[in-house]
Ligand binder design. Structure first.
Ligand code: E4P
Length: 215
């Protein structure tokens, strides 16, 4: 199971990469816009910190424009996965890019049918949005499980990237149903690491050690 950071914030990427648990990074236009920085510069900065797949999303709408934009983005760094929306033009783009050996991540996936279409077009990753599915009272983790099951049944090599993660349980449940990757907002890593019994256990070890040293 790989953990990606779902952010374009460079300080967060540096912080969590130091923990040794970051296998890649996903960004989207909203996350980059929030940082108010140049897109290409930021993607290249991220690629210097994390040696793994870095998703950078196209913003054009037609297939021809998306293909040209995707080829340009792919030139920025060898670890780039071009993120493409789940639309007919997006599928055309995935097919064209994958033919040229460019890795892709199909985003905004909300059904098994969409995931299969993306896989058939040659996507390297599909990104079903767990949290946004839960937001509308459907079951995001059940969607991940269904996609994993269908991909296994038909031997698709496309990896399932659990996206739109809202809390630690989404991460654990994604692992339980067999997602290949979870992309996680930075602050959630703190909740995945901390446990009250670790904190209290450490405090009592430190107190006992202090008493022993004072003897
Ligand atoms: C995935 O790659 C997306 O960037 C992200 O997970 C979207 O999550 P959100 O629903 O929190 O915006």
């Amino acid at each position: 199971m790989k953990f990606f950071l779902d952010t374009a914030n460079i300080e967060d990427i540096k912080k969590y990469a130091q923990w040794g648990i970051v296998d890649g990074v996903t960004t989207n236009p909203s996350l980059v816009a929030k940082e108010g920085v140049d897109f290409k510069t930021r993607i290249q900065e991220i690629a210097k910190i994390v040696d793994g797949p870095i998703s950078a999303e196209v913003t054009e709408a037609s297939a021809d424009e998306m293909i040209a934009e995707g080829k340009e983005i792919a030139r920025w760094h060898t670890n780039i996965f071009v993120k493409v929306p789940m639309t007919p033009a997006g599928l055309e783009t995935v097919k064209a890019l994958s033919k040229e050996g460019i890795e892709t991540n199909v985003t905004l996936v909300f059904s098994v049918a969409q995931a299969v279409m993306a896989a058939k077009a040659g996507a390297s990753f599909v990104s079903p949005f767990v949290g946004r599915v839960d937001d509308i009272a459907y079951d995001g983790i059940a969607l991940i499980k269904d996609i994993v099951d269908v991909f296994q049944k038909y031997n698709f090599t496309t990896e399932v990237l659990s996206a739109s993660i809202r809390h630690g349980k989404h991460v654990i449940d994604s692992m339980k149903v067999g997602a290949d990757i979870a992309t996680i907002p930075p602050h959630l890593f703190d909740s995945l690491v901390s446990h009250p019994l670790t904190t209290s256990g450490l405090a009592s070890f430190a107190a006992d050690w202090k008493k022993f040293q004072a003897k």
